[in-house]
Design a protein around this ligand. Structure first.
Ligand code: NAD
Ligand code: UDP
Ligand code: UDP
Length: 312
């Protein structure tokens, strides 16, 4: 059995990944400090013979014996990563150093959950992997964006300097069941607000765009990347190229929930990117991967999840 470490395994994406790996017959070690993740996300896996949970902060060294590492540990929503920005940078940078040091010692293949945020507020649209990005290095989002950029630098230096087997994915906005209801990301905010009959909070004029990928598609992409040919390091974009304004997203959520909530306009946060859409040609060509779930179908699943968990 392939011994697989998942850091951030108690989070939204990490818990879905643990599910998939267990289903595929891996021996999974889930490491999390539960800063934003929750034991509820993985409670159903406790008791599985090949699932093991360890509370640990990746900014500290970790000595375990594994064959593969998925490095997902890092708060992902702006309110969470800006809550303790120094810790956010440490998690990305020290976390990457520790996991790369571990991968080097045990000769494990290592996957990095990078982000579309490395492109910042982009001047190139849609974004290709060759684009270097436009990030404000001292703004409130920098702890996340620059932390993730530095982690990519470390991955590529360990690859060049120590011959590590690396796999780097730049994840674009992903949503689905097990998103934290209060993490402030737009999909969970709108659905929770609609279901509770509260105002839908549109930041700015709502004309900014994002491209939303359903979690199952993203996890399939992770697995394909991890299993891809030696030497295909990435970085590779993963996301759904369907692009929507926040106003369009709000309209869809209102329709799917049958909610009477009103739109309320709030100031746009500093450095909020105006547009974002992945060019996924590289993933298509190298991994035969593309998203299958439409925004409509993915939102239906997510609404059903929040209805159940919020009991509304
Ligand atoms: P999440 O907040 O649900 O999951 C992150 C997990 O990491 C949580 O369980 C948290 O407790 C854990 N964690 C945080 N700091 C840690 C530390 N120091 N040590 C150990 N564990 C720690 O977020 P998510 O959406 O599941 O994101 C997972 C990964 O994917 C992150 O690296 C994120 O940057 C990346 N990503 C996600 C998206 C998205 O749209 N969901 C987009 C781009 C990148
Ligand atoms: N490390 C770890 N687990 C291991 C091996 C290393 O957490 O199994 C950490 C260790 O704390 C070290 C870091 O990874 O600081 C980087 O390791 P590397 O071997 O690259 O560098 P060095 O040990 O020389 O600092
Ligand atoms: N947003 C919004 N209302 C909310 C939460 C977010 O209009 O209640 C906007 C936010 O300003 C951004 C977009 O939705 O333009 C996506 O925000 P999110 O935090 O989900 O992801 P990111 O900005 O990191 O892509």
């Amino acid at each position: 059995m392939i011994k697989t470490l998942v850091t951030g395994g108690g989070g939204f994406l990490g818990s879905h990944l643990c599910d998939r790996l267990i289903k595929d017959g891996a021996d999974v070690l889930c490491v999390d400090n539960f800063f934003t993740g929750s034991k509820q996300n993985i409670a159903h896996l406790i008791g599985e013979p090949y699932f093991e949970l360890m509370r640990h902060d990746v900014t500290f060294p970790l000595y375990v014996e594994v064959d593969r590492i998925f490095n997902l540990a890092c708060p992902a929503s702006p309110i969470h990563y800006q809550f303790d920005p120094v810790q956010t940078t440490k998690t990305s940078v020290h976390g990457a150093i520790n996991m790369l040091g571990l991968a080097k010692r045990v000769k494990a293949r290592i996957f990095q959950a990078s982000t579309s945020e490395v492109y910042g507020d982009p001047e190139i649209h849609p974004q290709q992997e060759s684009y270097w990005g436009r990030v404000n290095p001292i703004g409130p989002r920098a702890c996340y964006d620059e932390g993730k950029r530095c982690a990519e630098t470390l991955f590529f230096d360990y690859y060049r300097q120590h011959g590590l087997d690396i796999k780097v994915v730049r994840i674009f906005n992903t949503y689905g069941p097990r998103m934290h209801p209060n993490d402030g990301r737009v999909v969970s905010n709108f659905i929770v607000q609609a279901l509770k009959g509260e105002d839908i909070t549109i930041y700015g004029d709502g004309q900014q765009t994002r491209s939303f990928c359903y979690v199952d598609d993203m996890i399939e992409g992770f697995v394909r990347m991890m299993n891809s040919d030696d030497g295909f390091t990435g970085p590779v974009n993963m996301g759904n190229p369907g692009e929507f304004t926040m106003l369009e997203l709000a309209e869809r959520v209102l329709r799917l929930t049958g909610s009477k909530s009103k739109l309320a306009f709030h100031p746009l946060p500093t450095d909020d990117p105006k547009q974002r859409q992945p060019d996924i040609s590289l993933a298509r060509e190298n991994l035969g991967w593309e998203p299958k779930v439409s925004l409509e179908d993915g939102l239906k699943e997510t609404v059903a999840y929040f209805r159940k968990t919020l009991n509304v």
